[in-house]
Ligand binder design. Structure first.
Ligand code: ATP
Length: 240
């Protein structure tokens, strides 16, 4: 493993008002990895991603990006730095076309400069989005909307792509495809991926390493193959 992580979350405490959602959460992501962040409903996975994105501020602890402390950096600057987030619930604009959704996602200077190239890339990965480029996003199927949400993040030319429950609400076959997409994005675009999923079994198949959260804390971490064999994981998440 390389010496310096791409991303290091160091012991963050995060609150919603007086409610503490995260307790000393620490994790690392190295360049080129797919890391799964797992756990049940309300464990704190989304909160962790929002804090990495800069949409929530930790009360204690820090976020280190490529060796630099970015805890105080606003969210839009983090996108410029190469951190993109596919939000839970997708966050697309239903009344804009597919193309317009992609166009407005190119918000940073770098993304604007490379927009045509990025668009070609995204259309190659998701030919269906090219076919539907003039269609209103709200009329796409659930799976297509999820592809569009991922495509919007890719338009920002991320170094780290964070995906929040991409399989949510999709039929099993599509859910599987969207989780496996993580491998393809790493291979074809070289992005590093932090994947939040409730589908523990599938996530551990595509991820190199994983962290498991429970009630705002990391309770287990390790290589995916080890986690998949861990009796606690088997009992709690794999129904074994
Ligand atoms: P899910 O899979 O349900 O999204 P999660 O692991 O992503 O779960 P979070 O959404 O991070 O969990 O929630 C962590 C805790 O923070 C939960 O107890 C949740 O109820 C609480 N929480 C989340 N968002 C808010 C909010 N806006 N205001 C108050 N509490 C919140």
């Amino acid at each position: 493993m390389m010496a310096e992580p791409l991303l290091e979350v160091k012991s963050i405490d995060v609150y919603y008002g007086e409610f503490q959602a995260l307790f000393g959460v620490s994790l690392r992501v190295y360049k080129g990895e797919i890391v799964a962040l797992l756990g049940g409903n309300g464990a704190g996975k989304t909160t962790t991603l929002l804090t990495i994105s800069g949409l929530l501020k930790p009360r204690n602890g820090s976020i280190i990006w490529q060796g630099r402390d970015i805890t105080g950096l606003p969210a839009f600057k983090r996108v410029e730095e190469g951190i993109s987030h596919v939000p839970e619930g997708r966050g697309i604009f239903p009344r804009l076309t597919v193309y317009e959704n992609l166009r407005v996602a190119a918000s940073t200077r770098r993304a604007k400069e490379h927009f045509q190239d990025s668009l070609e890339q995204v259309y190659t990965i998701f030919p269906i989005l090219k076919a539907r480029r003039s269609q209103l996003a709200g009329t796409l199927s659930g799976g297509e909307q999820q592809m569009l949400a991922i495509a919007r993040a890719l338009i920002q030319r991320p170094i780290l792509l964070m995906m929040d429950e991409p399989s949510l609400g999709l039929a099993p076959k599509l859910a599987r495809d969207v989780i496996y997409l993580a491998s393809r994005l790493r291979e074809e675009l070289g992005v590093t991926i932090l994947l939040v999923e409730q589908n523990v079994g599938l996530s551990l198949k595509v991820a190199d390493r994983g962290y498991v959260m429970e009630t705002g804390r990391i309770v287990l971490e390790g290589a995916s193959d080890e986690l998949a064999l861990d009796p606690r994981i088997k009992a709690a998440y794999l129904g074994l």
